[in-house]
Design a protein around this ligand. Sequence first.
Ligand SMILES: [Zn+2]
Length: 325
Amino acid sequence: MSRHAPITAIVALSTALGAPPPGAQVVTGRVEGARVIQQNPVVRTADPIKRGLQLTDFPRTLKLTDNVYTYEDFHSGDEKFTTTNMFVVTDEGVVVADGQGSPAETKGLVDAIARVTAQPIRYVVICSDHGDHTAGNASFPAGVTYIIHPTSKAILDASRNGWKPPANAILVTDRYSFRLGAESIDVFFLGRAHTGGDLSVAVPRQKILFLSETFLNRVFPAMRSAYPAEWLRALDKAEAMKANIYIAGHGFTELGPVSREELTAYHKALRAVIAEATRLHNRGVSVDDAITQADWGEYATWTLASSQGPIAIRRVYDEMDGKLK
Ligand SMILES: [Zn+2]
């Protein structure tokens, strides 16, 4: 896999207005140097092959605006989908939201940033404490300032092995705003969602909101450590913020109206999965039977549905049974 994938500017994604009917194709351009190359049609999926991409296209850096980028590399495992980071370049340094799942992969992110700017990484926001977003953090430069929710800090501090946040990390329980160069950055806790310490990063001047694992783009709602009902409320808050670009922690980066539609689609998926588990629970179906009886409808084809469906049943049952703190 190339560790030096070209920087791709997403252009004309805004032509993908409205939900295309099934089978409809939206063509985007890809800029390499001065050339605009016709890219494969954008299919709304987390699967790179169905999307029309090659596995060798990753990792890749996407330029969203003058100074805001995403970096996508594959999550470990046989089922390929991306773990997505955001970084914001200013003339006083770089803010990074989330890392990758291993030191080598996060070094890929750090190297990708260095190909875009000579500015140093100043802040790293830990939006998800899960290993697929933090286990590579040792590859960030020494001296960066970490920003983290206390719940996530406690989880990482208590883990037997793996990366630990430094004692001087900035703790955010509600909102933390700071300025770097010409950019204001807002870090939000929108409520417990996928991990319990979920943070989001906004670039308010450009109405961009990186939601990390609060938003899984076309990936089946992953609930092993989730708070299902609170997660729905966090998505209500995210939608109410009316960002122009919503960025998911897994799944592809989308721009403009498509990103808003996909956030809504994810919200609907989460609601549907919780409703199906709730229906089975209310009928007195045992957990094991519910796992075999669950009808996920259109979401059965989403990435990770077969592995995450049973986990979702157990978690919603636990919540309904009052077993979640
Ligand atoms: Zn993850």
